[in-house]
Write a protein that binds this ligand. Structure first.
Ligand SMILES: Nc1ncnc2c1ncn2[C@@H]1O[C@H](COP(=O)(O)OP(=O)(O)O)[C@@H](O)[C@H]1O
Ligand SMILES: [Mg+2]
Length: 252
């Protein structure tokens, strides 16, 4: 895995909010590489910079200093290197925000199909693909429901379908399983892992959810804006979503 060039790489990335006495250093000199096929867990206490890190890698919020490459292209070098960040986000990045951010006036299928149409896919195909994705996330039966009619867990899965809609290279998910029971959480993680393994994509998943720790290749720990620790994992294979942690493994 490490022989392949990184899918995303960060060097010396920093971001602060405010100045002087009110200054908050949200990210301090972060360097890391994400390789194709990897599903990385990002852990840390509230306020440690997890969301800020995803927003920076996802070209949503501008860092203050450092360097980011994505899919072989330098996208940030003390400033954004591209004008069309929107296009980059649309085609290469799949974002699952902490709040699901579905459009309230579109139903589930339309919420997912919309981002495909923005990327140039024709409406009938976008619709068909959206419905197939919703089916894979076990919310196909809610395809005509409006966001206000969905449970928290259903809305979360529709948001995940939308993030996967354009086959992104990099999936960035902020607590995507928080509203899901362990079986559904496992299924969502299996889907992310399948995307990573089948298409050479990668995912960074912010989580506190110990039900899914077994699904990560690596876990990174953030504290006060710094990467303080990294754990290698041996993930259990896909398809064991309902097996509780550790019971799917052969004893040593
Ligand atoms: N838009 C903002 N304006 C000011 N401070 C912010 C903003 N966003 C985040 N912060 C601060 O940056 C730090 C990291 O925040 P965040 O990345 O949201 O942490 P986490 O996601 O780990 O809870 C926190 O101290 C937070 O208060
Ligand atoms: Mg956060």
């Amino acid at each position: 895995m490490s022989a392949a060039p990184p899918l995303a790489e960060l060097r010396g990335l920093s971001k602060h909010f405010g100045e002087g006495a009110t200054r908050v250093d949200a990210l301090v000199d972060i360097s890391m590489a994400v390789h194709p096929g990897e599903v990385i867990g990002l852990l840390g206490p509230s306020g440690s910079g997890k969301s800020t890190l995803l927003y920076a890698v996802g070209c949503v919020a501008e860092p203050n200093a450092g360097w980011i490459s994505l899919d072989g292209e330098v996208i940030y070098d003390n400033r954004w290197m591209r004008r069309d960040l929107r296009r980059l986000r649309l085609t290469k990045i799949g974002f699952v925000f902490q709040q699901h951010n579905l459009l309230g006036f579109l139903n589930s299928t339309e919420n997912v199909a919309e981002v495909m149409e923005l990327a140039g896919i024709r409406a009938p195909e976008a619709r068909a693909r959206a419905e197939a994705l919703l089916e894979r996330l076990s919310v196909g039966h809610r395809r005509h429901a409006m966001p206000g009619e969905l449970s928290g867990g259903e809305a979360q899965r529709v948001a995940i379908a939308r993030a996967l809609a354009n086959d992104p290279r990099l999936i960035l998910a902020d607590e995507p399983t928080a509203a899901l029971d362990s079986e559904r959480a496992g299924r969502v993680m299996d889907l992310l892992r399948a995307a990573a393994h089948e298409r050479g994509a990668a995912a960074i998943v912010v989580t506190h959810d110990d039900k899914i720790f077994d699904r990560f290749d690596r876990i990174l720990h953030l504290r006060d804006g710094r990467l303080v620790r990294e754990e290698a994992r041996v993930p259990i294979p896909a398809g064991h979503a309902s097996v509780p942690a550790n019971q799917g493994r052969t004893p040593p």
